[in-house]
Design a protein around this ligand. Structure first.
Ligand code: CP
Ligand code: NVA
Length: 291
């Protein structure tokens, strides 16, 4: 397994050890030389704050070199084919992270590349985010097994990877959404009523109602209104529940300002944890592929 494209591609043991490793790297404020002499390409076909900066800083702190490429520079699939770009970059750099639209594109890229390819978000999944989510939950509850996670709102790339990491780590996943564009996943509890979905939750998670590149759908937006994480909805959940959001947030849509910045919110720890989780992933992939 040279690539990191989906959580479900990996064994439960590897995913659990990545979360533990990220936790340990954070505890020790690890700086190392695991990427010394190595270059990592970061390709962005969509905007990013967290993914770009956390990857660049993690690479920097492991003594690697990051080369960030925006879509207008390489025009993946337009200026030249995905397969040609993958083969050329494999001759220059040691790993590539890609944020793109179609999931199929990253799979094609990985097939033509001889170096590890990391999924930095597609329309279908966001596995690096899921590692940071699990790390945030682990830090707070000191365990993952048995934790009840409820995702509210648009069933999307983030909820898919969240569900996959729940399944890999023994957390219970409930998805509460008016829409099911994801296929139903075995082991995930789908609950239409958001109140019922959060009444026993340890973790309440939400994300934007309109993902990058998605068309505005006014019917869906109307259906999503009861799923807004607000003061009246959160009262139904245990007071000990924590709130997560991968960010960027749209205050007043999927979440209110007071909940995002309130005492139950761990969203900025979660954003920080992108850096620690990706550091663990980079160390793992560089060691795996050097053997
Ligand atoms: N959560 C996340 O992936 O943020 P960015 O889109 O800013 O990278
Ligand atoms: N679902 C969101 C996540 C952003 C990090 C999107 O794809 O835009």
């Amino acid at each position: 397994m040279k690539d990191f494209i989906d959580i479900a591609d990996y064994s439960n043991e590897v995913i659990q050890s990545l979360v533990e490793s990220a936790f340990n790297l954070k505890q020790t404020a690890h700086r190392g030389n695991e990427l010394e002499g190595k270059s990592i390409g970061l390709i962005f076909e969509k905007p990013s704050l967290r993914t770009r900066v956390s990857f660049e800083m993690a690479i920097h702190h492991l003594k690697g070199h990051a080369i960030t490429l925006q879509q207008d520079e390489i025009q993946l699939g337009k200026r030249e084919s995905i397969e040609d770009v993958a083969q050329v970059l494999s001759r220059y750099v040691d790993m590539v992270m890609i944020r793109t639209f179609e999931h199929e594109n990253i799979k094609r890229f990985a097939q033509s590349a001889s170096i590890p390819i990391i999924n930095g978000l597609t329309n279908t999944s966001h596995p690096c985010q899921a590692l940071a989510d699990a790390l945030t939950i682990y830090e707070h509850f000191k365990r993952l097994e048995g934790i009840r996670v409820t995702y509210l709102g648009d069933d999307n790339n983030v909820s898919r990877s969240l569900a996959e990491i729940c399944l890999a780590t023994g957390m219970h996943c409930t998805i509460s959404s008016p829409k099911k564009h994801n296929d139903d996943m075995m082991g995930v509890n789908y609950v239409l009523d958001p109140k019922q979905a959060i009444e026993n939750a340890d973790v309440i998670y939400t994300d934007t109602w309109i993902s990058m590149g998605a068309k505005r759908n006014n019917t869906l937006l109307k259906e999503l209104e009861p799923y807004q994480l607000n003061e009246s909805l959160i009262k139904i959940a245990p007071e000990t529940a924590i709130v997560l959001h991968c960010l960027p947030a749209h205050r007043g849509d999927e979440i209110t300002d007071t909940i995002l910045t309130g005492p139950q919110s761990k969203v900025f720890d979660q954003a920080e944890n992108r850096y620690h989780a990706q550091k663990a992933l980079l160390v793992y992939l560089s060691q795996l592929n050097s053997n």
